[in-house]
Design a binder for this molecule. Sequence first.
Ligand code: CTP
Ligand code: CA
Length: 241
Amino acid sequence: TEARTARTDLAGRHVVVSAGGTREPLDPVRFLGNRSSGRQGVALAESAARRGARVTLVAANVADSLLPEDPAVTVHRVETTLELREAVRAAAAGADAVVMAAAVADFRPAGRSEHKIKKAPAGDGSTAEPEPIRLTTNPDILAELAADRLRPGQLVVGFAAETGDGTGDALSHGRDKARRKGADLLAVNQVGATQGFGDVPNDVTVLDRAGEVVARAAGTKTEVADALWTSVVERLRQAST
Ligand code: CTP
Ligand code: CA
């Protein structure tokens, strides 16, 4: 028989993971969306389940073929940011940790047309310039979770994909975000032309809420997920001693 090396350091824990990318409808057939596949969030859910946790995965527009089959993972499918917020908060009420790996739309269309938006008004053959799309701000689900702590002692974790720009490198943007969000941990994925999307290696730095580095992980989304749970487990242990 093979030696079993499975870690069970999340046994008895309930964790919530959001994954994928939210879609904000403009009308019944169109939406504003993003390119997140949900793979990192799915890897987090699978990793936590392997380590003994009961997992609630809130999946925003994740392809069925990517969803975990582990019976320890309960999947809730959502589409919009407001739906994601409701599902995450409902599950978070009983969770030891919440990890926001979903790419959440910062804005949504201010209005949603009940009918398909037409190229030109009825009976008008003209090609007038289109109306601009008016946007409104979505709630910041992570910041709310960090402020509300829906269960006492709950660990709140965010993810941020950052590139450098004229004002600073990826890590300095991550540090600012860690301090701003109020989450216990922020996993900063340093993305560039060849990093962070698709099947290329990830380069993740885990920061605490002061912006200090607590862990680093490079490699597959599974390796990143395992490293992040190790940081979470350490924090949960510290809190309970
Ligand atoms: N997030 C969230 N609700 C939002 C926007 C983001 O919960 N409305 C969460 C994401 O799930 C992620 C973290 O916040 O865990 C960081 O998201 P990011 O888009 O990097 O941060 P923002 O504060 O939106 O900053 P910006 O997009 O300007 O970089
Ligand atoms: Ca954002």
